[in-house]
Design a protein around this ligand. Structure first.
Ligand code: SF4
Length: 417
């Protein structure tokens, strides 16, 4: 295992307010003891490091919540500690998610000085009305200014937009996307609005305060997104993520390629050495866990081979590069993993591509990913585990989260606070 690559995820669980669409592990608190949180995160990190010696650290990702509310000195201390436990790779990527309001933008220079070299900015929209609907705590003007400040301070800046809002049309989304593509960014995360159980939007939809966008129209917007980003040289390398070649997120690629990652902080999940880890979600419980045990772990279980193969397949097929079925079969020792007859049928229908044992989902297939997953798996138990209920419509709103790491919201929809 010496020198094996490792990614580190750090979860900061606090936000200034709760957005009505958000089901991330985020909490609003009137006061936050920054020193106590620094010490708790450092203790949690030290625990993971003691279990993962001799690794090469390829990325650190500060997610949330709103990690741009962290004291930059704490960010620096965590980066230094991680670099003392593991050997940072020459091209280590250190990303922090940020909100585009002026208070947070004022910290960008300090965060860059702390060692952050990539910023992921939660713009979400360029339209004040849409921002108000999404309950965002910033205006379009603040968003522009924050992007400008970010691009001055960081070599790599990605930003997020949310589309398929109830009133979205193809013309409106095309204009927004054209604007986004003109801003010189090399990475974009573009998420359809999803109505998640337990959110304020779910209650509003139940009360018929508004209706989500019609599924066929949402699918048309997805196709438009694919066409426009490809034409602009930022094709999708994952369902919702677009980049110029070489500018893909190293950290998120670790999840999707099913590499090892340590996750620290409230609600963070990890996958290390064949184990699945999870931390206490509620900030107060996390702090008491760290005080009691020296770490915030609430679950640390071995993953059955079949579960791990399931996760690797689900994650890998989100990527445009797809999966190498033979490599997965060897890795998990499961015999035949894939039903090749069904794969070939889906190749013929234009939903998959196949090059030897490498399978990838086409743009058309991405709209039906959950269905495809249920189709192509040969192992009965695994097929039952990946098969999702038939999609109501060929859009991405119901992608199977399955056992995907829940504390890394970038995997499902908007990652950015
Ligand atoms: S969407 Fe982001 S900023 Fe809004 S509550 Fe969730 S984590 Fe916080």
């Amino acid at each position: 295992m010496t020198g094996e690559p490792l990614a580190l995820y750090v979860h900061w669980p606090f936000c200034v307010s709760k957005c009505p669409y958000c089901d991330f592990n985020s909490h609003v608190r009137s006061t936050i003891d920054q020193d106590a949180w620094r010490d708790a995160l450092l203790a949690d990190l030290a625990h993971e490091a003691s279990l993962l010696p001799d690794r090469s650290l390829t990325s650190i990702f500060f997610g949330g919540g709103t990690p741009s509310l962290m004291d930059p000195a704490t960010v620096a201390t965590i980066i230094e500690a991680a670099a003392s436990y593991w050997k940072p790779s020459d091209r280590i990527e250190i990303t922090l998610e940020a909100n585009p309001n002026s208070v947070e933008a004022a910290r960008f220079a300090d965060l860059a000085a702390a060692g952050v070299n990539r910023l992921s900015l939660g713009l979400q929209s360029f339209d004040d009305q849409a921002l108000a609907f999404l309950g965002r705590a910033h205006s379009a003007r603040e968003g522009w200014k924050a992007l400008e400040t970010a691009q001055k301070n960081f070599r790599r800046v990605s930003f997020d937009l949310i589309y398929a809002l109830p009133e979205d049309t193809e013309d409106r989304w095309a204009a927004t996307l054209a604007q986004a593509l003109s801003l010189g960014t090399t990475h974009l995360s573009l998420y359809q609005l999803t109505i998640e159980p337990g959110t304020r939007f779910a209650t509003m939809v139940a009360k018929r305060t508004f209706s989500p966008l019609d599924l066929d129209r949402a699918a048309a917007l997805y196709e438009l997104t694919d066409a426009m980003t490809s034409a602009a040289g930022l094709p999708a390398y994952e369902i919702s993520n677009h980049a110029r070649r070489g500018q893909e997120s190293t950290h998120n690629l670790t999840y999707w390629r099913y590499g090892d990652y340590a996750g620290i902080g409230p609600g963070a999940h990890g996958r290390r050495l064949g184990m699945r880890t999870a931390r206490h979600r509620k900030p107060e419980n996390f702090l008491s866990g760290v005080r009691r045990n020296g770490h915030g772990i609430v679950e640390d279980e071995p993953l059955a081979r079949i579960e791990a193969a399931d996760e690797a397949l689900v994650m890998g097929l989100r990527l445009s590069e797809g999966i190498d079925a033979n490599a997965l079969t060897d890795r998990f020792g499961l015999g035949s993993l894939i039903d090749w007859k069904k794969v070939d049928r889906l190749v013929a229908s234009g939903h998959l591509t196949r090059d030897g044992a490498r399978i990838a989902v086409t743009a058309a297939g991405r709209l039906l990913l959950d269905h495809i997953l249920g189709e192509i798996v040969a192992t009965t138990d695994l097929a039952a585990s990946v098969a999702a209920p038939p999609p109501a419509s060929p859009v991405l709103l119901e992608l199977p989260a399955l056992s995907a790491p829940a504390a890394q919201p970038a995997l499902v929809h908007s990652s950015a606070p």
